[in-house]
Design a protein around this ligand. Structure first.
Ligand SMILES: Nc1ncnc2c1ncn2[C@@H]1O[C@H](COP(=O)(O)OP(=O)(O)OP(=O)(O)O)[C@@H](O)[C@H]1O
Length: 217
């Protein structure tokens, strides 16, 4: 089942084109690595898919819904429901506990499910740290909280921007393994921006972004 379909996506900043003619399909259950040189536009593409930035041209169909005819509010609602985002710098809220950070996507959907939050924390091996504050965790632990938060509402699509960029090899492998397992468990598709060969090889397939567009790698 196709979770995300993008056609003809293009983005430029002032006079500088970042990418053009991007077509992309992601199926439920697959992890796809997005590779490319620094500055090739990987983060920009991810942000456009997530609605954090706006493409200048093209269409995006997410969970069967074409985003174009939707107003801002409907787009945001669909993205809240269907999307999980993992940032390189974690982006946890410092004044909320680990459990409350993980519960956030559910709260934004008007839901409360303490059992689901606890199960997600167990899935990333952080069950015993639920009451801690983010400043009391290591980098690898923070990234695992971010994975739990991105998946707690069972999104159809997970976008991860260099989720292992800040971690040493052992913790990076652990986080990738968790991401793969959790993504498969919730049946999501995952697009993973990475500079790491190990992460790229762990993906189901690899795409490379360059000046000519997006190619199988
Ligand atoms: N807000 C912005 N305004 C102008 N130019 C931008 C903006 N954001 C990104 N760019 C430019 O767009 C291009 C793509 O940037 P982007 O961050 O998407 O690349 P990337 O492939 O993710 O790079 P890296 O691997 O280094 O993170 C770069 O040339 C960058 O300078």
């Amino acid at each position: 089942m196709t979770v995300l379909s993008a056609r003809g996506l293009a983005k430029r900043y002032a006079d500088t084109p970042v990418f053009t003619g991007i077509d992309l399909d992601l199926a439920a259950g697959e992890i796809v690595a997005l590779l490319g040189e620094s500055g090739s536009g990987k983060s920009t593409l991810l942000n456009c898919l997530a609605g954090l930035d706006e493409a200048d041209a093209g269409s995006i169909t997410l969970a069967g819904q074409d985003l174009r005819p939707l107003d801002d509010e409907a787009r945001s609602a669909l993205r809240r429901q269907s999307l999980g985002f993992i940032f390189q710098a974690f982006h946890l809220l410092p004044h909320l506990s680990v459990a409350d950070n993980v519960a956030l996507p559910l709260r934004l959907l008007g839901q409360r499910d303490d059992g689901r939050v606890a199960a997600m924390l167990d899935a990333v091996n952080l069950g015993s740290l639920a009451a801690r504050m983010p400043r009391q965790l290591s980098g690898g632990q923070l990234q695992r909280v971010a994975i739990a938060r991105a998946l707690v509402h069972r999104p159809k699509l997970v976008l991860a921007d260099e989720p292992t960029g800040n971690l040493d090899a052992r913790h990076a492998a652990e986080v990738l393994d968790l991401l793969r397992r959790c993504t498969h468990d919730v049946g999501a598709a995952c697009l993973l921006v990475t500079h790491s060969d190990v992460a790229a090889q762990a993906a189901d397939r690899r795409l490379r972004l360059d000046a000519d567009g997006l190619h199988a790698s």
